[in-house]
Design a protein around this ligand. Sequence first.
Ligand code: MOS
Length: 729
Amino acid sequence: MIGAPLTRVDGVAKVTGAARYSYEEPVANTAYGVIVTSTIAAGRIASIDAKEAQSLAGVLLVLSHENAPRVKADAGDRKLQVLQDDAVFYDRQPVALIVADTFERATDAASRVRVTYDRKAPATTMSSPGAQTYTPSQANNNPPDTTRGDFDAAFASAPVKLDNSYVTPTEFHNPMEPHATLAMWSGDELTIYDTSQGVFPRRASVAKIFGIPDTSVRVVSKFIGGGFGSKGGTNPYCVLAAMAAKVIGRPVKVVLTRPQMFGGFGNRPRTEQRVRLGADRSGKLTAMAHDVRSQGSRYDDFIENAAVISRMLYAVPNQITTHRGVRYDVVTPTYMRAPGESSGSFALESAMDELAYATGTDPLELRLINYAETDLSEQKPFSSKSLRQCYAQAAQRFGWASRKAAPRSMRTPDGLLAGYGMASSTYPSNRSSASAAATMHADGTVLATSGGCDIGTGAYTAFTQVAAEAIGLPVARVRFDLGDTTMPPAPEAGGSQLTASVANAVHAAGVALREKLAGLATANRNSPLHGRQLADLAFGDGRVFVRAQPVTGERYADIVRHSGAPSVMARADVQHDRRAKGPYSSHAFGAHFAEVHVDPDLGTVRLARMVSAFAAGTIVNAKTARSQFLGGTVWGVSMALHEEGRIDERTGRYMNASLENYLVPVNADIPSIEIILVDEQDEFVNPLGIKGIGEIGNVGSAAAVANAVYHATGKRVRELPISPEKLLT
Ligand code: MOS
C-alpha cells in the first residue's frame, strides 16, 4: 500500500464543505476580533482614539498597547508585535484589536478607530539610506558563511570568469485560507483552534508567550487551506485572539483580511545575490562565490539561506558563501516554500546557464561535467543520489536533444521565439522525532493518530496507507487522525520533514500493534495460534496467521474480542535529532526542463510545457506526491514570470496587496507540466527510505523558465519576475 496512488481520504469532506477549518469551529458565545493595522512603516503611536468605536452596539473590547495584557513577545523562533508598546516597525503592524459580538460590527468598529502617529521617514528598500546591513549568527539553522579551498586564487587564475548579480523580489504566500485562530480559556487552560503547520510547536510558543506550562495549552488544527511556511511560526493574530479571550472571558476568533496577508505577517524576503563562477574552458568549475543579501526587519533576524544550495550541488573545490541581512522598515520575513533553495537556485542555476553559453557547453552537459559524487559541504557520501537519472529521464521525455544551441535560433510555426531551458533541483531530507499510536477496535477497524498537520499535502491519506501496510489491513478499515496536541507529538509540517518523520512513527506503531495482537493470540489457549512463536507468524488482510500454513490464524477483531478489553492500543516514539549529523548526507534531487514562447514584439512570455523529474526515495502516495511536485513546479513558474510584492518607496506599504494585483498563474498560464517519479531506494535516510517532497518542486523551476527565456530571446533577465518590459528594454 505504500506507494499506491490512493485518492485523498479527506477529499469528499473537503469538496462537500464538511471539512471544518479553524475559524469554522462552532463554539457557543464566540466573539469576533478584527485587527487594526498601522498605516505607517516607522515611528510611534501618538494617540489612539477609540471612543466612537467603543460606543457602537455589540462592541466588547478595544485592545491596544494602552491596555493589552503584558506577555513575552518572543515566540521562540521570532519576535512578535502584539500591542506591548507604542513602537511601529512596519506597515500593517497590529496596533489595536476590536472585539464585538459579530464580525460585521467588529469590522465596522475597527474602521472607526482613529490612530495618530509620530511618523519617521521609513527606509523602504535594501539600498535606502537608512537600511542597515548585519551579519547574522545563522541562516535558517545553517552557518551563514562558509569557505573551502582558496576561492580568490582559483577565481583569479580561472580561464573563464563570470560575475553577475541576481534579484528575487519580496513574495507572499497567499494560502486560500487566511490566517485564523479561535481561542478560549477555561481558568488558566487555553484551547486554540489555529490554522497552523504544527500544533506542538505552536503550543510550545503560545505557552511561552503567556508564561504557562505547555500542558495548559491545547492546539487543534484539523484542516488547513495551505501554509507554504506562512503558518509555521506563531504570528500576532493568534496571540491577540488568546489575549482578548482572556480579557473578556469569552471565546474569541480572529481572521486576517486578504490585504492584511500582504505585508503584515511575513513573506519571502527579497534577495540580492552575487554569484562568481570560475571555470576552465570545458566548463569545469574551479571556483564559486555566492554572496546573499536578504531583506530583514528592524527588530528581528531572518535570513533567506539562498547560498546553502551552492555548497553541495556541484563539485567545486574552491568556494566562498556568505549571507548578510539588510534591515529596513518592513515586517520580519519568514519561511516560504523551499526557503533558501528556491531563491538561491534561481541565482545559481541562472549562473550555471550563463557559464554554459560562455564555454559553448550544452547546459545539461555542463551539469554532468560538474556532477557532485559526494557532498563537499559536509565531506560525506550521499545516502543515495539519482540526479543523473532525473536528468536523463526528463531530458529524454522533453526532447532536449532537438534543442539548437544558439540563443534566438528557434521559432514556433506562428513566428514566436521558442526557447528551451533546464535547471537542477535539490532539497535536504529532514526529519524530527515523532510519535504515533494505533488502536485496534473489536470491529476490526483501526484508529491511528499522530499530532502532525495536513496542510493540504495529503498527510491524512499517506499516513492511512502507512498504518494499513504496517498492521496488515485494507485501507478502508483504517482511519487516521491528526492535528491535535492531545495526540502523540509530531513536528511541524515544514522543511519537507513531516512525512519522513511521522510515517516512520506510524509504521512503528502499526508493527507494535500487530505484534501485541499476535502476543495476545499466542498466549490465549483458545486461539488457533496458541503457543506459536512471533517469528513464525505473518500479518495481512486483517489477521495473524502461520506463515507456513496461512489457513491457521486468527482475525484481529476476534483477538480483541477475546482479550476482554474494548480495544488494543500500541504506541511508538521514534527519536531523531534533526541537527544530528550522521555518516551520510541526504537530499532529494530533481531536474526541470522548460519550453517558453516569447512574442518578440510584445515581450510576453508563455510557458509552453515543462517536464520535471524527481528522485526522493520512497514515494508513499504516487498521486498526492505528483500533486506536491506539480504545485512546487508551478510556483517556480510563477516566481519566474509573475510574482512580486511591490513596495511604495514613499510609505513602505505594499501597493499590490490583493489577488487582483499580485500576480499568480491561472490555469491558462500552465499548459502542460509532466512529472516523472524516478525510482529510488534509500536504505540509510530513515527506516522507510522517505526523503520528503513538499518543497523540491519549487527549487530550480524558476531558473529553468528563465534559462528558456534567455535561449528564446538572447536577453538575460537577472531580476525576477521576467515581465514584458524587462525583455523590451
Ligand atoms: Mo516550509 S516553507 O519549511 O513550511
